[in-house]
Design a protein around this ligand. Structure first.
Ligand code: PMP
Length: 405
């Protein structure tokens, strides 16, 4: 059991009033709120040891470098990587996926090759592959999503062929909450000779991640969805792959030696970290991951699942409300539509009650098309949410229906 009262006190924003009502923040899948330890890590860096990293010999530069690299070690443990060389700091999941598309993809994808994604991908795991496939005359294949918002493993394996070079798959759907069987998919893809990238944007905060156990080739996630800052994310890649891939951006830090005739590149992970990185947010990411680990993902997950079950049971009883995404294995969020209620109108009414939910297509337009809807109302839960907040949501929805019908 989580001590939600004391947890809530660690998130200063939760004391906020919105439109005269206490904030009920249920938009955690978009971004989570930040605990005081993360905010403190940011101000501590800027007020005590702000300096550029890696090149300086002075005390401040050394302290900043140590803190920056300490985050890399924490990330390595957080996702079960073998070495810190496999941890590349990015701006977020989107940049991590693009990095792979622009480097590994441009080197290895040729005309007639195939890349497999699923029908529930976020735009950031569709568009980079679409651009690559168009450029290389390769084929993008899509695993069909069933009415429950999931897919059977066989529907995936049926798409594998000797031409499949890459499978890029979301572990947890941001629009439906579906948990995909990525471990089994990775094993099947490897057997067919394909690599696998896992989009961990939604999973990293809820599920226990061990990239070695999964045996994925790449894993990307964002700091801002794991109680950390915006503008910092992680791309994990297997060392041998990262070593042979071409560089991403050119500039300072990623080089060993530069002359006008030729440049040699730095070792991992710096090869992929051109320019001055996002030092402050990287340092604060450690505070966020340590925070999660100090509470423990199993306890957090149990709490969030309880909220999910509680919310699902109540919402299901509302006439005219239809839950989109009823997979057997789900985490943390519930997406729904209501007869005669436009999601946008519902969001405005709920906001007036201090309730923050997300409405729209959730950057998954093909998935919305699959369900024949323009968008959904999505409530997503974090460790600080309570059953009282779920009650507030349900009351708010009932009020919305009354006002709009
Ligand atoms: N994939 C999924 C499943 C997501 O939910 C998100 C964020 N909504 C992204 C990718 C992109 O993450 P970011 O915007 O932090 O790069």
């Amino acid at each position: 059991m989580l001590m939600t009262d004391s947890i809530r006190q660690q998130f200063p924003i939760l004391e906020r009033m919105v439109k005269g009502k206490p904030l009920v923040y249920l938009d955690n899948a978009a971004t989570s709120q930040k605990p005081q330890v993360v905010i403190d890590a940011l101000t501590d860096y800027y007020s005590r040891y702000n300096a550029n990293i890696h090149r300086g010999i002075h005390t401040l530069a050394e302290e900043a470098t140590m803190a920056y690299e300490a985050t890399r070690a924490t990330v390595k443990d957080f996702i079960g990587a073998e070495t810190t060389e496999e941890i590349i700091f990015t701006r977020g999941t989107t940049e991590g996926i693009n990095l792979v598309a622009y480097t590994w993809g441009r080197k290895h994808i040729n005309a007639g090759d195939e890349i497999i994604i699923s029908g529930m991908e976020h735009h950031s795991n569709i568009v980079p592959w679409q651009i690559l496939c168009q450029e290389k005359q390769a084929l993008l294949k899509v695993i069909p999503v069933n009415d429950a918002g999931a897919f059977a493993l066989e529907d995936f394996t049926a798409l594998l062929s000797p031409r499949t070079k890459l499978v890029s798959i979301v572990q947890v759907s941001n629009a439906l909450g579906t948990v995909n069987p990525v471990k089994e998919m990775i094993a099947a893809a490897h057997q067919a000779g394909a690599l696998v990238l896992v989009d961990g944007a939604q999973s990293a905060v809820h599920l226990d991640i061990n990239v070695q156990d999964l045996d994925c080739d790449f894993f990307a996630f964002s700091g801002h969805k794991v109680y950390g800052p915006t503008g910092i994310g992680v791309l994990y890649g297997k060392k041998d792959l990262l070593e042979e891939m071409p560089v991403f951006q050119g500039g300072g830090e990623m080089i060993k030696e530069v002359s006008f005739e030729q440049t040699t590149f730095n070792e991992l992970p710096y090869k992929y970290e051109a320019g001055t990185p996002n030092i402050a947010d990287t340092i604060a990411l450690k505070a966020a991951l340590d925070y999660i680990s100090s509470i423990g993902k199993p306890a957090i997950r149990a709490h969030e699942n309880e909220l999910l079950e509680y919310a699902t049971a109540q919402l299901e009883n509302i006439p005219g409300l239809r839950i989109i995404g009823k997979a057997a294995h789900k985490v943390s969020l519930v997406s729904f539509v209501i007869d005669g209620v436009h999601p946008q109108d519902a969001a405005i009414i709920l906001d007036n009650l201090g309730i923050a939910v997300r409405t729209g297509h959730h950057c998954t337009q093909p998935l919305m098309k699959r369900f024949g809807i323009p968008g959904t109302i999505r409530a997503s839960f974090a460790l600080y949410n309570t059953k009282a907040e779920v009650d507030a949501l349900v009351t708010g929805i009932l009020k919305t229906i009354k006002m709009l019908s």
